[in-house]
Design a protein around this ligand. Structure first.
Ligand code: ZLM
Ligand code: CA
Ligand code: ZN
Length: 390
């Protein structure tokens, strides 16, 4: 049995509640909380849990969630039951709060939301108390939720709640989002402050890809009296971006943002739907490239809150998040790329049983991001950062 040693010089904490995992969004809904079970099985089979402090996440309280969300929305979330969606007396609220096919009402919905949110709030507090340097909650990262609206499989915005905790101790927090979708809920929540710099990399196609926001020009309200102006950075991409261009782009953009903004803490959303072969995504990234973004973010040595997000091909989501856990505990060069025989549900990883299958080869999409387009993005980010230099 493998045991990974604790990393030298810093502490990593893991925040999870297994009660999140059995929740079910409904038949053929793409969001599958059991991908967290698969991730945990991999992490434990590699013995990485020995390298971290493990915490059972509490459910976030109603009051904690009310730090961001409106009470009438939380009241609805707390009281609604699966059969209610068709009841005429609920019709107004179902529409107003955007419940439906993307955001269904399922058994245990409120527990599910409060548990994943509790994990992120706990993780943020461990960082604030100096009891952890890198805090991980793979069940969080639900970046689309608005203060009084569910959106895109997200109901409670745990990222906003965690960031609000970090802002109690840090003057500036940087948010990085590598999910294939735009991090609209987080961007909007901090639209009016210069204390959070949001950076999202995503597929952008206004009319044909959810949520349709996150154009390069959308950088925060331009009003001269608004401190949040220029504090939203959007990196809109086209189909099929490959490992090499994505890593280079990520390093240039994040490197420049770090140099200018110098945040006291970072929140990293690691949505795994940016991998190749994702059921909803359209990028061509391999597990190693996705992980390279996590590794680069870690090099700055700033307190780091790591959350999950999207990811709709569960075997690859669990590969990516297990690999990224190994990076965070500095064991990526130690673990065997062949998935151990001891892994429960090992059948999910056949026929190759590799942690790094060739995702970019398996469903080849043309890279529609030209060199010139990507260079233009980097240039535009540099220009935007000139407004932030203070
Ligand atoms: N219809 N079932 C990413 C959130 C993406 C909006 C088009 C709903 C789906 C999708 C749901 C079983 C994150 C849209 C989609 C059908 C209006 C989206 C239920 C298939 C199904 O088979 C499905 C009945 C469902 C939903 C596909 N929805 C694909 N893409 C996006 C939301 C969330 O990864 O960023 C973070 C966790 N919604 O495109 C429609 C416009 C609703
Ligand atoms: Ca994103
Ligand atoms: Zn996504």
């Amino acid at each position: 049995n493998l045991q990974i040693a604790r990393p030298k010089g810093y502490r990593v904490s893991w925040h999870a509640n297994p009660a999140v995992e059995p929740h079910h969004f409904g038949q053929s809904h793409p969001m599958k909380p059991w991908r967290l079970t698969l991730t945990k099985q991999l992490v434990m089979a590699y013995g990485m849990h020995y390298a971290m402090d493990l915490y059972l996440a509490r459910a976030a309280t109603y009051e904690e969630m009310a730090d961001f969300h409106e009470r009438d929305y939380l009241d609805f979330l707390q009281q609604i039951m699966p059969g209610d969606i068709d009841k005429p007396e609920q019709a107004d609220n179902v529409v107003r709060f955007n419940f439906g096919d993307d955001c269904p009402i399922f058994d245990g919905l409120y527990s599910y939301c409060s548990l994943y949110a509790g994990g992120t709030v706990d993780a943020a507090r461990k960082l604030c108390n100096n009891q952890s340097d890198i805090a991980i909650n793979w069940s969080g990262g639900l970046h689309h939720a608005k203060k009084a609206e569910a959106s895109g499989f997200c109901y409670v915005n745990d990222i906003v709640l965690g960031t609000l905790q970090l802002l109690r101790h840090h003057p500036r927090v940087m948010y990085i989002d590598i999910d294939v979708h735009h991090g609209d809920g987080v961007e909007q929540a901090f639209w009016s402050t210069d204390r959070v710099l949001t950076v999202s990399f995503h597929k952008y196609d206004k009319d044909n890809f959810f949520p349709g926001t996150g154009a390069r020009e959308d950088t925060g309200p331009a009003h001269p009296l608004n401190p949040g102006a220029h504090h939203a950075i959007n990196v809109p991409l086209n189909d099929g971006i490959d490992d090499e261009s994505y890593i280079a782009l990520f390093k240039e953009v994040i490197g420049a943002c770090m140099k200018t903004y110098q945040p006291g803490a970072i929140v990293l959303q690691c949505g795994a739907d940016s991998l190749g072969c994702d059921r909803l995504g359209c990028f061509n990234l391999n597990v190693r490239a996705h992980g390279a973004c996590v590794a680069y973010t870690k090099t700055f040595g700033v307190p780091l809150l790591v959350v999950g997000g999207g990811g709709y091909t569960p075997r690859n989501v669990s590969r990516a998040w297990a690999h990224e856990t190994s990076i965070l505990v500095e064991a990526d060069n130690v673990i065997d790329p062949t998935i151990p025989d001891s892994v429960a549900f090992r059948n999910h990883f056949g026929p190759d049983f590799s942690l790094f299958p060739p995702l970019s080869e398996m469903r080849k999409l043309d890279n529609k991001n030209t060199r010139a387009y990507l260079e233009g993005l980097v240039e535009a980010v540099h220009e935007q950062l000139r407004y932030i230099k203070g």
